[in-house]
Write a protein that binds this ligand. Structure first.
Ligand code: B12
Length: 267
């Protein structure tokens, strides 16, 4: 289920059952504080919720080819509904990708169709990314995949969401081996390193990289955040090796972690 704030039209996270792609009627912490008791807003909430639900269903019911034809129209429609681009990516495009993965798994669509669909989503992300000031050489935050992971969309989305919050980040793709990653960090120290893992069989490579990073001298050792689908049901294994582990139910927790780190550093 997708946790959605019907007041400000923003994505809040997911909740069990994770593979049910429906929008739940919610209210984010910020809106709880500001508008909850106001009757006028209560009405807006109902309207927003129904419109967003329709929009979501419309996209879900499209075949991938139709999404391809209508992608510009879809972005515009989302923005017209007051859905900010980041929530559009997190709350609408991301569940679409998850759903596509399930269809492939159940042999309902071919891998070729998935490629086509992914490239359409990447184009939608290109369009959205264009509006953000992504600093190519920013190195406060380094984003990368674990060795062997070729899924790129997660890191791209994180980079846009970080840029929206004023952070510069650098994306390294394709992923480096643990040796090369450690070498890179020695040459180009980063404050925070984010590593994405997409499949469970990438866990040994992640453990190896995390172990190597832990052994770095304190002055150059970055704070490490990890996330991605490959962590599902395995968080405990990584607790001692990472400073932050993504929680699918609270997308905002990652940004709180980043804010807290940089505010503490600035103080
Ligand atoms: C698109 C896709 C592909 C594309 C990738 C293209 C590209 N350029 O990115 C291609 C076709 C290449 C591909 C290949 C494969 N894929 Co694939 N793929 C997907 C699919 C459909 C979508 C992935 C995606 O982009 N999701 C959208 C992003 C935004 O979501 P996300 O990755 O979860 O990331 C979000 C969060 O998890 C989080 N996050 C992620 N990383 C991090 C890191 C940090 C630090 C933080 C804080 C947060 C965070 O933030 C992101 C934004 O919210 C998924 C389906 C699915 N259910 O996820 C399968 C899926 C991930 N793939 C899968 C598999 C098995 C494969 C292949 C092995 C298939 C094959 N037999 O060849 C290969 C493996 C390639 C490899 N070595 O990595 C499986 C993994 C199963 C598992 N549990 O191990 C999935 C789940 C499909 C399935 N149901 O079977 N894939």
């Amino acid at each position: 289920m997708i946790r959605w704030c019907s007041y400000c039209q923003s994505f809040m996270g997911e909740k069990e059952p994770l593979d049910v792609f429906e929008i739940s009627h919610g209210v984010c912490i910020k809106c709880q504080k500001t508008v909850l008791k106001n009757q006028h807003h209560a009405k807006i909430k109902e309207e927003n919720f129904l419109k967003t639900k329709d929009f979501f269903q419309e996209i879900l019911s499209m075949s991938h080819l139709k999404v391809h034809d209508d992608k510009d129209e879809l972005i515009k429609k989302g923005l017209d509904l007051g859905i900010d681009p980041i929530s559009l990516i997190y709350g609408i495009l991301q569940p679409l990708m998850y759903r596509m993965g399930n269809l492939v798994k159940n042999n309902q669509v071919s891998l070729m169709e998935e490629y086509l669909y992914t490239s359409t989503i990447q184009k939608m992300i290109n369009r959205i990314e264009f509006d953000y000031d992504i600093e190519e050489n920013g190195k406060e935050i380094l984003l990368t995949n674990v060795e062997g992971n070729v899924h790129l969309i997660a890191c791209r989305i994180l980079r846009i969401a970080l840029a929206q919050r004023g952070y510069s980040s650098k994306l390294i793709f394709p992923a480096l081996s643990s040796d090369k990653l450690v070498h890179y960090l020695k040459e180009h120290p980063a404050k925070v390193l984010c590593i994405s893992i997409a499949t469970e069989d990438q866990q040994p490579a992640l453990l190896e990289s995390l172990q190597r990073i832990k052994e770095l001298d304190e002055e150059i050792r970055p704070l490490v955040a990890i996330g991605g689908r490959g962590l599902r049901y395995s968080r405990a294994k990584f607790l001692r090796l990472a400073d932050f582990i993504q929680d699918r139910e609270e997308t905002g927790a990652f940004f709180d972690f980043i804010d807290e780190f940089f505010n503490v550093k600035a103080a």
